[in-house]
Design a protein around this ligand. Structure first.
Ligand code: GLY
Length: 433
């Protein structure tokens, strides 16, 4: 059986570990022992190393010593740092773009330039700003805080700030933009638009794409979409692969842009394959582009990989052979539902203290839900601790109706998740903004 290395340690990597271990022997390098990744490595008789996945010498040595043949990377900064480039240099089969291909995510201005060229009507009016004078002029044109500040570079889904939501008043938005400009020599100011946000991800071999079920994310920290933005507090998808406010032609429009973008990237020899994530708005005047990511979303990956009918490792082979098609990459007809559990401080205040908590894993599994660990380490038995200040673990279910999947998840969590922890209890509501 093929030996496949996974780099990274989030909930997204936990579900990737599960999928990889079903068809390959799983190897992993992670900064701490993520309990899910450890479990799947052991199930497949693989091996893991606790170490820094950014350390290219360490990664190279592990690949060579263990005779690893394939590599999966879906974490933004690992992609930007060129870990896929390294795996390719060593002759491995890879899932994920090169650092240059991932530019579509780490340079917001680059992504906007491509979309402007390919589908200009999907662009929301914006200015890419490179100096203070230009920033002052652009902000002056706004009467109030109806603009969005988009920093250049990777921000883990938390850098984009929307007027009236993440900052109040023109001055606060201006100060944030100024800070972004100082940090990265570039910032984007974009009009704020009213619309409903959704994500279209597509698997790609660089030529063909297969669109996964469309997902609806819950980026806000608190119920009713209140509080600061996060990496995502929950996510769902529908059995028909759409969302109630979307028509098939809306999704086709996004898929068309994604396909043209992949071709554009590969025309420039940027070698994009793996998965592309498109963030979009459905507005009164059509579908608008928000951003591209060069990887699976987290938690979106948990939803779509659980909706796969075709084994992920078969898809990986089709990606490598450039034979990917909707006939050999199929999804089931279930609703999927994910809730992230976090520490009380998550996205609110930085906390140097670790958060210890108990989790009745067996009871949750018995109720038909799955657990994917993220920034969590096991101390012993049911006792766990946070690692850093990121999301702790995700609970995932699927069902024949949304209500069924939702009830299953929340019932499994009741009395089995430590009261010290937080999670949103309204995942499943589709709010209008
Ligand atoms: N959930 C949003 C992201 O992964 O970027």
């Amino acid at each position: 059986m093929k030996k496949c290395l996974l780099l990274g340690n989030g909930g997204r990597e936990a579900v990737l570990a599960e999928q990889i271990s079903k068809g390959y022997i799983l190897y992993a390098i992670m900064p701490y022992a993520n309990p899910s990744i450890v479990e799947y490595v052991e199930q497949s008789n693989g091996k893991y190393l606790i170490g820094d996945p950014f350390d290219k010498e360490l990664v190279k040595k592990f690949i060579q010593e263990q005779n690893i043949e394939a590599c999966v990377v879906s974490q933004d900064n690992l992609l930007q740092e060129g870990l896929i480039d390294l795996a390719r240099e060593l002759g491995l089969q890879t899932f994920g773009p090169t650092s240059k291909g991932a530019k579509i995510e780490w340079s917001k201005t680059y992504a906007l330039e491509i979309v402007k060229k390919l589908e200009p009507e999907m662009i929301i009016k914006n200015e890419a700003i490179t100096n203070q004078e230009q920033l002052d002029k652009v902000i002056e044109q706004y009467k109030d805080d109806s603009f969005v500040v988009k920093p250049e570079g990777l921000t883990g889904g938390k850098g984009v700030k929307v007027g009236g939501i993440h900052f109040k008043g023109k001055e606060e938005g201006y100060q944030y933009a100024k800070q972004c400009l100082e940090d990265a020599d570039r910032v984007i100011i974009q009009d704020k638009v009213e619309g409903r946000e959704f994500t279209v991800m597509a698997l790609t071999d660089g030529e063909n794409i297969v669109v996964t079920p469309v997902t609806f994310d819950y980026p806000y920290r608190f119920e009713e979409d209140k509080g600061p933005g996060t990496g995502g507090m929950g996510c769902l998808s529908f059995e028909n692969g759409r969302l109630p406010f979307l028509e098939q032609e809306d999704i086709d429009k996004c898929a068309n842009l994604i396909k043209k973008t992949i071709h554009e990237l590969n025309r420039e020899s940027l070698e994009f394959s793996g998965v592309i994530y498109g963030g979009f708005f459905k507005c009164k005047d059509g579908i608008k582009f928000i951003e591209f990511n060069a990887r699976f979303g987290d938690p979106e990956a948990i939803n779509v990989l659980n909706a796969l009918e075709t084994p992920f490792t078969e898809i990986f082979e089709h990606i490598s052979n450039k034979t990917l098609s909707p006939e050999n990459c199929k999804f089931n007809k279930n609703y999927t539902f994910t809730v992230y559990v976090v520490s009380p401080d998550y996205a609110i205040r930085s906390n140097k203290e670790l958060c210890k908590f108990t989790l009745n894993k067996e009871a949750i599994l018995k109720k038909g839900a799955k657990i994917y660990f993220a920034s969590t380490k096991q101390i012993e038995g049911n006792l766990y601790t946070s690692v850093g200040n990121s999301r702790l673990f995700a609970i995932h279910t699927s069902g024949k109706t949304l209500e069924e999947a939702k009830q299953k998840a929340y019932n499994a969590m009741e009395n089995n998740v430590d009261e010290v922890l937080n999670y949103r209890k309204d995942i499943g509501e589709i709010y209008e903004h």
